[in-house]
Design a protein around this ligand. Structure first.
Ligand code: FEO
Ligand code: CA
Ligand code: CA
Ligand code: CA
Length: 615
């Protein structure tokens, strides 16, 4: 629940606390790192010369680096380049999809050969197909095959990649290459599997979903699986009534909407005809990239909301913890703690995400916080509040977290764990909030900020499974003079020429530095980009701009090979700007070929002459 306190009062209290609660690195707990394992106590500042903010048709990369286009929309999963777009719907089912977001590198042979698992989040029909202006009236004219092509372009792609002397290439005839799309069979697992709210006419068992959509960011587990976060799934459904029936449920857009035709082409996406279908989306999906014959699984124990990401912490001898944010205005931050214990990378871990407890975060304004369990029967989560069982609590996690008093956040996006065990959460913006709180201190947040969550220590390791935590603000986005919002309290090192706003995807490189991707700089007149900063020591919260996106695009999911020498970067929605169309896009990145529209693409970024990306 929002605090009705004046911003200045909150900030005054917070700043006093900030003066004595100063974080120091020292503990060790990161993905699959044993407690007590030594880590560096400070991290190198990036060595590249920072770029300046700007906007251009192509991407701009720091001096001394090179970017290779590995794969783009419409290409074959064997690396063959497309020569004509759009593909038909049947062809699209086997081609690289649209709007790539999260990217996971799974090594097959260290940093030389591996699998890339890549999310495809949403379609942009006016940039994918000729003849549409992008307004609703024009999009009502989409053909059935075009809509089916959109459906086939979403989901996930798996390709095998190999590093050779002259760069990376996609491996031909890989046994691992596959597409997962809006029509792929996916098992439903966990407490909500088979529940009456999960049953549809096509699947009376409630155990077998079709497809994954809205695949935004995600995560990787130390047992070799990849997690797909289903985010804005309500966008694809037709029907405006759900918000009235179930307050605080996943937002469903009104019938005049880009994806209106989905519900006409496939009745699954029309809530009037299949009211439970939407309950089967909004989950975390787990799959094993090394097992191409194995169906993905929706893990309902992790709750249903607009999942941005799924960031895993697994310390041997303890439960597995998965952090995930609900990326919508004034929604919440969540954490899942497994019932089973993680025993190390060599032990079976197949069921660890099937059973456990989901929690939502409550941030106190004294710099402490508490995880509140979404457990049926506890407090307000009872039949009296229309929660007859645990499945209903998980399906309607937003409503449950609201009743528990979770803290409304400024849209949680990327989450990353530092080598020291601190959790970083990007809060991208919140333009329509009605009340500030200490962890989201701007009364109206247009430029976003990054929170730092400090789990308590146990035996020298960060205890991510503990109910308590401490927190701080790493930085606030925007220029120093952002009117009425950024008063220099946080992020004082933000450079005048290359400040960042609207943090979205976060990653740590193997040297322990935080990489921050933005999504929203366009509203300040600049392209989005990627910055690097240490989170400790003298360079803390001093982001240096490394990569500037082509017009209209954002960079998602910077992902490093284990040696840190390659960064894979997912460039999403190039030319997504007002007035931009298939025939007249604002940029034709990355091909700049009049025969091809702009294409979302994967880059492999390396340093000329070798060495770690970032220096
Ligand atoms: Fe899909 Fe919240 O970005
Ligand atoms: Ca995002
Ligand atoms: Ca986005
Ligand atoms: Ca975003």
């Amino acid at each position: 629940m929002s605090m009705n306190e004046h911003y200045d009062q909150i900030r005054g209290r917070y700043l006093k606390r900030r003066a004595f609660l100063r974080y120091t690195a020292g503990a060790a707990a990161a993905v699959a790192i044993a407690p007590g394992q030594a880590i560096a106590s400070s991290y190198p500042r990036p060595s590249f010369k920072p770029l300046a903010n700007g906007r251009s048709a192509s991407h701009v990369l720091a001096d001394g680096y090179q970017a290779q286009i590995l794969l783009a929309w419409g290409d074959g999963l064997d690396g063959s380049r497309t020569t004509a777009l759009p593909p038909g719907a049947e062809a699209q089912k086997n081609l690289f999809g649209y709007n790539n977001d999260f990217l996971a590198y799974t090594p097959l042979s260290g940093s030389e050969r591996g699998l890339l698992g890549i999310n495809h989040e949403y379609s942009l029909p006016h940039l994918m197909f000729p003849g549409y202006s992008g307004d609703q009236a024009s999009l009502n004219g989409l053909s059935d095959d075009e809509v089916a092509c959109e459906m086939a372009s979403l989901g996930h792609s798996i390709v095998e990649v190999q590093r050779e002397k002259d760069g990376w290439r996609v491996v031909r005839n890989s046994p691992y290459a596959r597409r997962i799309h809006a029509g792929t069979s996916i098992h439903i697992d966990g407490p909500a599997a088979g529940h009456s709210l999960m049953q549809t006419r096509e699947d009376p068992s409630g155990l077998q979903a079709l497809g994954t959509i809205g695949c935004c960011s995600g995560g990787k587990t130390p047992w070799g699986t990849v997690l797909i976060a289903e985010e804005n799934v309500g966008d694809f459904f037709r029907g405006a009534w759900l918000e009235d029936v179930i307050p605080n449920d996943l937002a469903v857009k009104d019938p005049d909407w880009v994806y209106l035709r989905w519900g006409q082409v496939d009745k699954r996406f029309d809530l009037a005809q299949e009211p439970n279908e939407l309950n089967r989306f909004g989950w975390i999906v787990e799959y094993n990239p090394r097992k191409p014959d194995q169906a993905p699984v929706k893990r309902t124990a992790l709750g249903r909301f607009e999942h941005e990401s799924a960031t895993v912490v697994a310390v041997p001898g303890h439960p597995v913890v998965v952090y995930s944010g609900d990326d919508a205005e004034s929604q919440y931050l969540y954490r899942f703690v497994s019932q089973g214990i993680y025993e190390g990378p060599q032990k079976p871990a197949a069921g660890l995400l099937s059973k456990g407890t989901l929690y939502c975060a409550k941030f106190n304004d004294d710099g402490t916080g508490r995880w509140l369990a979404l457990r049926h029967g506890d407090g307000p989560l009872s039949a009296a509040n229309d929660f007859p069982d645990q499945a209903t609590v998980l399906i309607h996690a937003r409503r449950a977290a609201t009743l528990l008093g979770a803290t409304p956040m400024d849209r949680p996006e990327g989450i990353a764990i530092s080598p020291a065990g601190s959790v970083y959460v990007a809060l991208t913006k919140n333009r329509s909030k009605t009340a500030a709180n200490a962890a989201n201190p701007r009364p109206r947040n247009t430029a976003g900020h990054i929170l730092e969550i400090l789990p308590p220590e146990q035996n020298g390791a960060s205890a991510h499974w503990d109910a308590q935590f401490g927190w701080d603000i790493l930085l606030q986005g925007g220029p120093q003079d952002l009117a009425g919002e950024n008063e220099g309290d946080y992020g004082p090192a933000m450079a005048a020429e290359s400040w960042l706003s609207n943090p979205d995807n976060l990653s740590f490189d193997p040297q322990g530095r935080l990489w921050i991707a933005s999504d929203g700089m366009d509203s300040f007149g600049f392209s989005d980009g990627l910055w690097c900063t240490p989170t400790d020591g003298p360079g803390r919260a001093a982001p240096a701009l490394f990569f500037r996106c082509p017009r209209g695009a954002e960079l998602c999911s910077p992902e490093f090979t284990p040696d840190g020498e390659t960064m894979f970067a997912s460039i999403q929605h190039p030319a997504q700007e007002r007035g931009s169309t298939f025939a007249k896009p604002s940029t034709r990145w990355p091909d700049f070929d009049v025969a091809l529209p702009p294409r979302p693409a994967i880059l492999a970024i390396t340093r000329a002459g070798g060495g770690a990306v970032g220096g």
